[in-house]
Design a protein around this ligand. Sequence first.
Ligand SMILES: *Cc1c(COP(=O)(O)O)cnc(C)c1O
Length: 436
Amino acid sequence: MPKTPFVTKDQIVEIAEQFPTPFHLYDEAGLRRCARDVREAFAWNPGFTEYFAVKANPNPRLISILAEYGCGCDCSSDTELMLSDALGIRGEHIMFSSNDTPAEDFRLAHQLGAIVNFDDISHIDFYERATGSLPETACCRFNPGGLFQLANGIMDNPGDSKYGMTEQQLAQALTELSARGVERLGIHAFLASNTHGNEYYPALARILFELAVRLERTTGVRIGFVNLSGGVGIPYRPDETPCDIRAIGEGVRRAYEDVLVPAGMGDVAIYTEMGRFMTGPYGCLVTRAIHEKHIYKDYIGVDANACDLIRPAMYGAYHHITVMGQAGGPDKSAAEATCVYDVVGNLCENNDKFAVDRALPAVDTGDLLVIHDTGAHGHAMGYNYNGRLRHAEVLLRTDGTCELIRRAETPADYFATLDVTDTGRTLLARLQDKEN
Ligand SMILES: *Cc1c(COP(=O)(O)O)cnc(C)c1O
């Protein structure tokens, strides 16, 4: 399937005149379509809630759009909780799925009345010591160990992951939480990331539903919800097929009717914590070619770098690139790929490459490039190596206008935490003088 950007060449040229490159651009229409599709896919389950994994894209403007469709927030740190709180998303609309959790984070989760997803049995006492009581609603994270396999092969290695509890610990944790007055309880597992095909959630659901039935029988504790967490993938590569969320919802419904309904557990709510699937495809990094270099290979140097998108450098992740062209020049977005380039950023790290040996149309200096699928773990994973500053985030509204939803960092932001030193204060004062 060819991958096409959600903006045309003329649109992107116009947007880049309004906002200096590079920037992440988000597609409001796509985001809304996705949130609506998710809600409809699970509408058969009256308690269904998607808790958007805030770590994927912590921009409040985007989170509040998702909230219009009933999405809550899946938070994992105190600052993510603060964001959620500031948006009025509190109480049972927050799933606090953290691990190795500091006491302060539990205290804030408690103040906000969040559902607390315990990563370990020892965190129950830790939480009570930190907050003075236990949450009203709690979840326990399961780790089945071993390898997680589906018909199409091994998906991941839970036995090697730091998350969750064994089944025995899970039974004990639920028994304790219930005995100590926690009113609603659920179970959670995250067994594979960026999965393709529509089998992952249904297979995970079946595992967790069967576990829920066993746990109710052995402990007598009522399981109020099953949290399928994240892991639904997106097609980063042009030859990958997008997941069909309706088919996924139907698959989960079949497992529900096969396992939970016959066990008299037809009132269990389904929760999800998708991040990548909700925002990934609805963002792109817009960057401009500023250099071309020909040595042993051909390089295109762009004005973005790994501080804007670390996934290729960190995981060798593939992000599709469309060369758009520039004002007054041809539309290259559908042009034939006649060249092979490494597309690189300016960090002093040889892995700062958005693409290696990528077939692309001939790029001219000044051309705009769209790096696809940066809506999740794009800006969110940004950092400041080499003193590089993180760039802006822009929302393409459904009416075609654009809105700045996060400004680019400035040198003053970069030096701000040095205000405890004389040099830092000098640097900041100089920047202040320059502005005045
Ligand atoms: C990362 C994460 C998610 C979101 O995962 P995606 O693959 O982005 O959907 C959900 N829950 C937890 C606990 C996570 O760590």
